[in-house]
Design a protein around this ligand. Structure first.
Ligand code: ADP
Length: 402
């Protein structure tokens, strides 16, 4: 079966067509700046790439262009859309309506719409894209795969906020967590690797560190806690998000600056984190460069991030009563030896013997790599994430069970 994986944002549409028998990516691409000036589609197949610039006013046009790319006689990879067995959609927030991936029929669509407001920047675009696929390709089944689903196994003591219970019941306000497909993929890969070596694998901390970052505690293959919350703003500070702060600070910033509550939230979401603290950039590479040139605020942002990740690793080791493995993934986790080195400081007492030299080699950049010394009781792994593959696998599984 060929599965089309679609990740629709408000102004972008990413896609991959995957042949599931071999789990091969036949092509992938992104439609960018939908509804804006300079819209274009970048389509990659094999080691080739084409860029089509066009006026792309809406997602319908974007999706039609995407289909054109798939079947194009020069750079397409299939003869007709009939070859698409299913479409897997990344959906950001499930609310309490779903705790796993789902086929999207009429009933499920109603439920999806009822939780759209929980991720106002993402879910409406995800839902609109599913509706579009249903109307343009009515014979192809659609599956929603949620960012939140992997975290649905968290116990209530980890999920709940210390707010009046009625508020949770009425508005579904609690910790949900995000990047679930990534945490699921890398913890699964870690378990496979550790099992093949005869090593324990029941207590894993997965660190997805990218533009957005989250840490999860995975016990016996199931998520028991995660750092993001009701929204992706919580947890460690990120490229532009503040991460955990004292909630009273929100009103203080609003009062002092004259910003509205909405503007303040936007400010904490889009202009804080690495960007806000350093004043240099939201990008970890720029931050490291500035810090190496002596920029103190860039160094501070680096130190804060590493310290916050360390604290989650420490607290999750206690939450799971031990630690077998730490996994690094995401753009920073997979590529930045500097951040991995900072984060792994002070972990010796947990049984980590971190291989600092190997950490700096190119072998440990963007590849699966074991960064622990042979005597290390806790394994430290770099595992490139593959969220699209998780979406495609779950889509195939659900469609085959229909
Ligand atoms: P997103 O959350 O948008 O998916 P990514 O997972 O792609 O983001 O991560 C992007 C981050 O990874 C950026 O901050 C980028 O600077 C960082 N990154 C990528 N390569 C490196 C590198 N070699 N060294 C340090 N940081 C890197």
């Amino acid at each position: 079966m060929k599965v089309l994986v679609v990740n629709a944002g408000s102004s972008s549409l990413k896609y991959q067509l995957i042949e599931m028998e071999t789990e091969t990516v036949l092509c992938k691409g992104v439609v960018e700046k939908i509804g804006l000036n300079g819209s274009l589609i970048t389509h990659k197949y094999g080691d080739q790439k084409v860029i089509v610039e066009d006026t792309i006013n809406d997602h319908t046009k974007a999706f039609n262009l995407l289909i054109d790319c798939l079947v194009n006689k020069d750079y397409g990879v299939i003869d007709s859309v009939e070859e698409i067995g299913a479409i897997g959609h990344r959906v950001v927030h499930s609310g309490e309506e779903f705790d796993s991936s789902t086929y999207v029929g009429d009933e499920e669509m109603k439920k999806l719409q009822s939780v759209a407001h929980l991720a106002p920047l993402h879910n409406p675009a995800n839902i609109a894209c599913i509706q579009l696929c249903k109307s343009l390709l009515p014979k192809v089944p659609n599956v929603a795969v949620f960012d939140t689903a992997f975290h649905s196994t968290m116990p209530k003591k980890a999920k709940m906020y210390g707010i009046p219970y009625e508020i949770y019941e009425k508005y579904q306000i609690r910790r949900y967590g995000f990047h679930g497909t990534s945490h699921k993929f890398v913890s699964g890969e870690a378990i496979k690797y550790l099992t093949s070596k005869g090593l324990p694998c029941s207590k894993i901390v997965t660190c997805h560190l990218g533009n957005g970052s989250s840490i999860s505690a995975v016990k016996d293959g199931k998520c028991v806690d995660t750092s993001m919350g009701m929204t992706p703003m919580a947890g460690v500070m990120m490229g532009t998000r503040c991460g955990d702060i004292d909630p009273a600070v929100v009103e203080m910033i609003a009062d002092n600056t004259g910003m509205s509550l909405k503007e303040t939230t936007n400010y904490l979401n889009k202009q804080s984190g690495f960007m806000g603290v350093s004043g240099v950039s939201s990008d970890a590479r720029e931050l490291c460069k500035a810090a190496s040139e002596g920029n103190e605020r860039a160094q501070l942002a680096k130190d804060m991030f590493a310290y916050q990740v360390q604290k989650f690793i420490g607290s999750y080791a206690v939450a799971m009563n031990g630690l077998d493995c730490v996994v690094f993934t995401g753009g920073i986790g997979e590529n930045s030896w500097e951040f991995r080195e900072l984060i792994m400081q002070n972990t010796e007492f947990l049984g980590v013997a971190f291989d600092q030299e190997k950490n700096k080699t190119s072998e440990a950049r963007g590849n699966f790599c074991d960064l622990s010394k042979p005597e290390s009781k806790v394994k430290v792994l770099v595992i490139p994430t593959n969220e699209e593959l998780v979406i495609a696998r779950e889509t195939q599984e659900i469609v085959q069970s229909l």
